[in-house]
Design a protein around this ligand. Structure first.
Ligand SMILES: [Fe+2]
Length: 199
């Protein structure tokens, strides 16, 4: 089954700056994603994306919202349309005339699956955060104290153990990290700090 999107251009440049509110995005999520765990995953990635835009990119409010929306919606079609994952949410956002940056970011969150290369920092960061966020959450859930006291080194150790959260692609994580000038350790710490209180 190929998830390749077969194109590299998404949305209409004329719609730059056209976003939706977080409330509107949550309405879409609640309709499209009955699975609470999957919704939590998207909320966690959204929180991490938002925090990175604010803290590391000094982004303005509109740009912060773009990062957050991309995180919040990137897997919105996964549960209902697993065979067409990514294509359906992209087409929905195009129908809603959403900013092309947000749509491209979602389209490039898994270059090895969707065949779309991450271009800008927002694209590269969602790729880096996505798999790691889920992996770190899995690592937290098996601890009695969950996120409390979860250390980067223990996440690194679990990454080296192929049996743990085996569905998480270590190859994708390494590929994503190789595209940015930030260490794996820093990304892991950032994710722990910013997704631990999301629920
Ligand atoms: Fe994801």
């Amino acid at each position: 089954m190929s998830h390749k999107l077969g194109r590299n251009s998404f949305g209409d440049p004329a719609h730059a700056g056209n976003l939706m509110t977080i409330e509107e995005a949550n309405v879409l999520l609640n309709e499209w994603v009955p699975n609470e765990k999957l919704r939590l995953h998207m909320k966690q990635v959204a929180a991490v994306m938002k925090a990175w835009a604010i803290e590391k990119e000094n982004a303005n409010d509109q740009t912060v919202l773009k990062w957050e929306l991309a995180g919040l919606l990137h897997d919105a079609d996964w549960e209902k349309y697993p065979d067409d994952h990514c294509r359906i949410i992209i087409e929905e956002l195009e129908k809603r005339n959403i900013d092309p940056d947000v749509i491209h970011c979602i389209a490039s969150h898994g270059p090895n699956y969707f065949g779309v290369e991450p271009n800008n920092t927002m694209d590269k960061m969602i790729y880096a955060f996505d798999e790691l966020s889920g992996f770190i959450h899995a690592a937290a859930l098996i601890r009695p104290t969950r996120y409390e006291g979860l250390e980067v080194k223990s996440v690194l150790k679990r990454l080296k153990s192929p049996a743990f959260a085996a569905q998480v692609s270590r190859e994708d994580i390494n590929d994503a990290i190789s595209r940015i000038n930030i260490s794996l350790e820093e990304i892991i710490q950032f994710i722990i700090d910013h997704q631990k209180d999301v629920n």
